[in-house]
Design a protein around this ligand. Structure first.
Ligand code: AHG
Ligand code: MN
Ligand code: MN
Length: 325
């Protein structure tokens, strides 16, 4: 089986980017090991602190963040990082060529139930002019990403990665510690009968989402003319992985529980990297009103409404927004 290194070279990734990705993955392998140890390593449960998003941090949020932060800071390849679990950007090496944004542990509520969790990341070029502690350098649209991916800590540990030449899936061979290519050039089916949305928020959604989902629920006698199935992992990494494997639509739309929040998911740490993977696999990613990867971020922790997955289904949902306008 092909190794990660060979695939990255074949895809034309520059040496320094390959080294950076491998460094980041060394951190993910350590997280994978700790996650595997679970209760035995004392990594489950919550801390007593909240992050910048007002969410109670799990021990694994803090541990994973520390592991990735330390390894990237020491690497020399990175000028600065931004993380879901850091209030501000963290300056790294003044000569570093890249910026890394990451969600060190996605799906934290799954940690204590031994369910799917993962690490999501994206990589940008660091502008020459930037000071390492300048957050404005991170405010680039997703179209500028040079790589994005996630590591899924499931029954097997998997890496899903793109450098803009397709989306490839690798599996961690724990006998020798390498990621081996197990599916290249994933293609998301254009049509689907499966959707993922947190239905408990239904009463808070905007009218186009209400209408779209109620048409899905109406099944084969409704306007969409087919019966749909629903799945919700409560970890975006898990839901997106399912979509990449067999299609589907995933949405975390705006809701008016807290009108100040533009959605739940974060543009830099979750929406952008997943959009890049999805588009590279022939899928689509939108806010409902525009392509996610074209959003010009205003701040590093910005939230955004998200709808992504099988192209024809995302287009169908977007049509409900268009109609409402
Ligand atoms: P995180 O654990 O990084 O805070 O992200 C959780 C996110 C996302 O992974 C998932 O799709 C969503 O929150 C789940 O939200 P609900 O609590 O509404 O299920
Ligand atoms: Mn997350
Ligand atoms: Mn997280």
């Amino acid at each position: 089986m092909k190794r990660l290194n060979s695939q990255l070279q074949e895809d034309g990734a520059p040496l320094e980017l390959i080294l950076l990705i491998r460094t980041l993955l060394a951190g993910c392998k350590e997280i994978s090991f700790r996650v595997g140890q679970g209760e035995l390593a004392g990594v489950l449960g919550s801390t007593l602190s909240d992050n910048v998003h007002g969410e109670r941090q799990k021990k694994l949020d803090v541990i994973s963040n520390q592991i990735i932060k330390d390894i990237l800071k020491e690497s020399g390849y990175v000028k600065a990082i931004s993380s879901e679990e850091e209030d501000d950007v963290v300056p790294c090496h003044p000569e570093g060529k890249y910026l890394v944004s990451f969600d060190p542990l996605d799906g934290s509520s799954n940690t204590d139930i031994n369910s799917l969790i993962g690490t999501i990341f994206s990589i940008l070029h660091a502008p020459q002019w930037m000071e390492p502690d300048d957050p404005s350098a991170f405010l680039q649209p997703g179209t500028q990403m040079v790589a994005a991916g996630y590591v899924l800590y499931g029954p097997s540990t998997m890496l899903v990665l793109t450098t803009g030449r397709g989306t490839h899936i690798y599996t961690l061979d724990k006998t020798h510690g390498g990621f081996l290519l197990t599916k290249d050039n994933v293609q998301v089916p254009e049509d689907t009968k499966e959707f993922a949305i947190n239905m408990s928020n239904q009463r808070h959604w905007e009218p186009p989402v209400q209408e779209y989902v109620s048409d899905l629920l109406a099944g084969e006698t409704g306007p969409r003319g087919k019966n749909y199935n629903m799945r919700w992992v409560a970890a975006m990494v898990g839901d997106i992985h399912r979509l990449l494997c067999r299609g589907g639509i995933f949405a975390y739309p705006y809701d008016n529980r807290d009108p100040k929040k533009a959605g739940k998911l974060r543009l830099l740490y979750e929406a952008n990297p997943m959009s890049f993977l999805m588009e590279q696999a022939g899928g689509m990613a939108s806010t409902g009103q525009k392509r996610i990867m074209e959003i010009m971020p205003k701040e590093i922790h910005q939230r955004v409404p998200v709808v992504m997955g099988s192209k024809n289904e995302v287009e169908a949902m977007v049509a409900y927004y268009d109609k409402a306008e």
